[in-house]
Design a protein around this ligand. Structure first.
Ligand SMILES: [Zn+2]
Length: 446
């Protein structure tokens, strides 16, 4: 659900002002070779996980830590600003009755209800993308460049925003048509059937994503470098993953971030590694990351997340039913909204969604973080590369805060913190020292 609504008319405007030439500066990288296992993390009779963790942490220069802390803490505030900004847009559309006017226009164009819903959606999407552009541009472009995480100049970035807008137009349009049809056909029980339909559409989007959505923005290919794939496929087969393919994606088109992921559902489920990780990660690090991704796969994290999402969505629709009745009884006439089945209600629905999911931020993050922790532990056992895992945590420190307070981690982190990840790896290493003692300098599992 990352297809954020961005404008494209302002493309012309910003291009005219020459903002397209913002130079990309590289993210601050550790000056030391992070593939060298620090002395305190070498296997020995007095190996201590805490000291080994601190030795890895000390490899990150203080300036790099300050920078990634500032970036990551800024994202806490953006959760609030995103919410308030979207709420202001929704209230504007309702109180100035622009929403009612867009519906009136759709009704003048056609008498088919479903087509009216679609026309309303198109107008709504373009208008909110334009109004939301200033914050979206700062968040997605200016800020990413400021921290050296973006690789795109303005033109290609804006191209991606336009593609995302078209994807939202089609997928969001299908969702809007279907949900309003349900609301009008089943005025008493729409919230039950609506939540099931919404979930089915989301699962559909997850399933088509690797095959039809990712390729709109990036090139996805089969990875065929045996040096990388052979150990990964050994690990996959040893853990019951019946695949012979690993995919790679040219994420460097947009970002300097290193990552890998599991995407898709049922037949389209696959593990994809990004080219930043392939280029900058050591073989041990790549194996450690892939072990983590396989954990998501083996422990069925996507199906489990869908079940979790079902609970959240049913709760949201129940809240929506109550909150729409309450707000429409008070302000419905003023906003010229005729009822729940009127497409003009959409800004109100998204305002209520904003409130609901803003409050749920820590819950959603904790669900994800719990799975990420499980995948970390699985990955350590599967790949047996604790030092590679520590290297990955250091690379991820370019855009994540390494050492948050416990409360901060619970509220804002959708992954375990870098400190926690290195510490888990060093505890694992301390309990498995016999695996490393014969080749203390450079452990490698092939
Ligand atoms: Zn993960």
């Amino acid at each position: 659900m990352n297809w954020h609504l961005r404008g494209f008319v302002l493309l012309v405007l910003f291009a005219a002002f020459g903002l397209g030439s913002a130079p990309a500066q590289p993210a601050m990288q550790p000056t030391v070779d992070i593939t060298q296992v620090p002395a305190a993390a070498q296997p020995s009779a007095h190996f201590d996980a805490d000291a080994a963790t601190e030795a890895y942490m000390a490899m990150i220069p203080p300036a790099a830590t300050a920078r990634s802390n500032a970036y990551f803490e800024g994202s806490y505030w953006l959760i609030l600003w995103d919410f308030l900004y979207a709420a202001a847009i929704a209230l504007l559309l309702l109180n100035l009755r622009w929403s009612a006017k867009m519906r009136d226009l759709a009704e003048r164009v056609t008498r088919f209800r479903w087509l009216q819903d679609a026309l309303y959606w198109g107008q709504y999407l373009v208008l909110t993308s334009l109004l939301g552009f200033p914050l979206g541009f700062y968040e997605g472009y200016v800020r990413e460049h400021k921290y050296g995480l973006a690789t795109q100049s303005f033109g290609p970035w804006m191209g991606d925003q336009c593609k995302a807008l078209l994807v939202s137009l089609v997928l969001g349009g299908i969702m809007v048509i279907l949900l309003f049809a349900i609301v009008r056909k089943l005025p008493r029980t729409w919230w039950i059937w609506g939540s099931i339909a919404a979930l089915a559409l989301m699962v559909g989007a997850v399933a088509i994503s690797p095959v039809y959505l990712q390729p709109i923005f990036n090139k996805v290919t089969r990875l065929n470098d045996p040096k990388i794939t052979v150990p990964i496929l050994h690990m996959a087969h040893a853990n019951g993953i019946p695949t012979n393919d690993v995919y790679q994606i040219d994420a460097s088109r947009q970002t300097t971030r290193m990552s890998a992921n599991v995407s898709g559902f049922a037949n389209t489920m696959r593990i994809t590694i990004n080219d930043n990780l392939l280029r900058r990660g050591s073989p041990e690090e790549v194996q450690a990351v892939m072990g983590h991704e396989m954990g998501h796969y083996v422990m069925n994290h996507i199906p489990k997340s869908i079940i979790f999402l079902l609970v959240v969505i049913v709760a949201f629709f129940a809240f929506l039913r109550w909150a729409l009745d309450w707000t429409l009884a008070r302000w419905g006439t003023r906003w010229q909204i005729r009822g729940v089945g009127d497409p003009a209600v959409l800004p109100l629905v998204l305002l209520l969604a904003g409130i609901f999911f803003f409050v749920l931020t820590p819950v959603m993050n904790t669900e994800t973080r719990t799975q990420e922790k499980e995948a970390d532990m699985f990955g350590l056992n599967a790949a047996r590369q604790p030092d590679g895992f520590a290297q990955a945590a250091i690379h991820l420190s370019e855009y994540r805060k390494m050492r948050p307070s416990p409360v901060e981690e619970r509220i804002f982190f959708d992954h375990p913190s870098g400190y926690d990840r290195i510490h888990s790896a060093m505890v694992w290493k301390g309990e498995n020292l016999e695996l490393f003692e014969k080749t203390p300098a450079q452990p490698a599992v092939h």
